[in-house]
Design a binder for this molecule. Structure first.
Ligand code: PLP
Length: 386
């Protein structure tokens, strides 16, 4: 076994190109036809790093940032973010007092949560800014149209008149926006439009109506409303079932350096379960990355690694912390970069390829990156080599 000095990063490195994020935001802003963008940075910006991506979005002039949890929202506030910010996955015991004090806007689907928000608002000394969620067909968050929606609005109006909350938004989420032309899209849009009209009739001044995600922004500009919640498109990744022709740049390259190289004889088994056996004498490269870093275990024996511009198969199973790559007789040295995925410009795999090979979606490949993955930012005025 050989050893070598590694210039930097002894594990997995996510290199995030902030210029790609900025360019994507410009493209999406041009498509949003006057609606405001909300860049979704939940789940650590889908693995890209929430603070850095929210910062890039603000610098690019994006008015809104969206997160799932209050903790995610407060992480951004702690990092100095002061712009419009919405959180929509709210447990009853979340840190609402801090969030309201920090002007984090919050979603509510139920009268009970509105009461929690009202109490927190009194403690914070200012009204909670609330977006009422209506379930137009996803069956997830939101009050059902009809009696539940009217009950939620009536309760919200009482709390608004008491000065505890201010309803600023009405929103819903599409179930099948990624399936272009799916019947449910129009059905949800119709229910959403009606719910917004009812909110208006109930006396609310709704400034922010939002339904669209990346897929809807790319394929259904008629559903932009006032705000568009977009995540995948900002990161330059596919969100629809068909090519929309919109040029977006993938922002993340996931890579690791080769930590060892050795020759194996023909007939040598590799990895747990011996699912790969060399069919000739060959060179194998060892990479310090595994399923603990978020690389799916079923990527084993798939052609998902690129080293020095050449594509190779993972040899055997992905272990918790290591991957073996069969590089044949090609020269690969300790310290060379192995790229798991990137923009695809140099023949390296893309996130979408990983998703297809591992029987999942691109969202999961990036959102599951583990805590050991180190982030390096390039572009946006920050130096670094890619
Ligand atoms: C409520 C909500 N809105 C918007 C988004 C952004 O979706 P996308 O990344 O497809 O743009 C998500 C992400 O799953 C979401 O949960």
């Amino acid at each position: 076994m050989s050893t070598a000095f590694l210039a930097h990063s002894d594990g997995v490195e996510a290199v995030v190109d902030l210029d790609a994020i900025t360019a994507n935001i410009r493209t999406l802003t041009a498509m949003s036809a006057g609606s405001e963008l909300m860049v979704v940075v939940k789940a650590d910006a889908y693995g890209h790093g929430a603070v850095a991506c929210a910062g890039a979005a603000r610098t690019a002039g994006v008015p809104w940032v969206g997160v799932a949890t209050i903790d995610e929202a407060l992480e951004l506030r702690d990092a100095g973010d002061t712009g419009l910010l919405l959180s929509w996955v709210n447990a009853r015991d979340a840190r609402f007092v801090e969030a309201i004090a920090a002007d984090v806007q919050v979603s509510s689907s139920s009268p009970e949560l509105l009461d929690v928000l009202a109490a927190a608002a009194r403690a914070a000394g200012k009204p909670a800014l609330v977006h009422l969620a209506v379930d137009t067909g996803l069956g997830r968050e939101g009050a059902l149209p009809g009696a539940h929606w009217h009950e939620l609005m009536a309760h919200a109006m009482r709390l608004q008149q008491a000065g505890d909350i201010e309803v600023t938004g009405v929103w819903s989420h599409l179930a099948c926006a990624d399936s272009t032309g799916h019947d449910s899209i129009d059905a949800q849009a119709t229910l959403f439009t009606r719910a917004c009209e009812e909110a208006h009739e109930a006396g609310f001044r709704i400034r922010y109506r939002h339904l669209a995600n990346s897929a809807a922004l790319l394929t259904r500009p008629d559903l932009n409303f006032d705000v568009i919640r977009t995540g995948m498109a900002v990161y330059g990744l596919p969100s629809t079932d068909k090519d929309t022709g919109v040029h977006l740049r993938p922002a993340m390259t996931l890579r690791a350096r080769v930590i060892d190289v050795k020759r194996l004889p023909a007939g040598h088994a590799i990895g747990y379960g011996h699912t790969y056996v060399t069919d000739r004498e060959t060179t194998v490269a060892l990479l310090p990355a595994g399923y603990a870093d978020g690389l799916p275990r079923n990527a084993g024996n798939k052609p998902l690694v690129s080293i020095n511009g050449r594509r190779y198969s993972i040899a055997g199973r992905v272990s918790m912390d290591q991957i073996v790559v069969d590089v044949g007789d090609h020269e690969v040295r300790v310290g060379d970069h192995a790229v798991f995925f990137g923009a695809g410009t140099y023949g390296e795999p893309t996130v979408q390829e990983w998703a297809l090979e591992c029987d999942t979606i691109a969202y999961e490949i990036i959102a599951r990156l583990g805590r050991r993955v180190k982030h390096t930012y390039v572009g946006g005025g920050i130096g670094g080599d890619l």
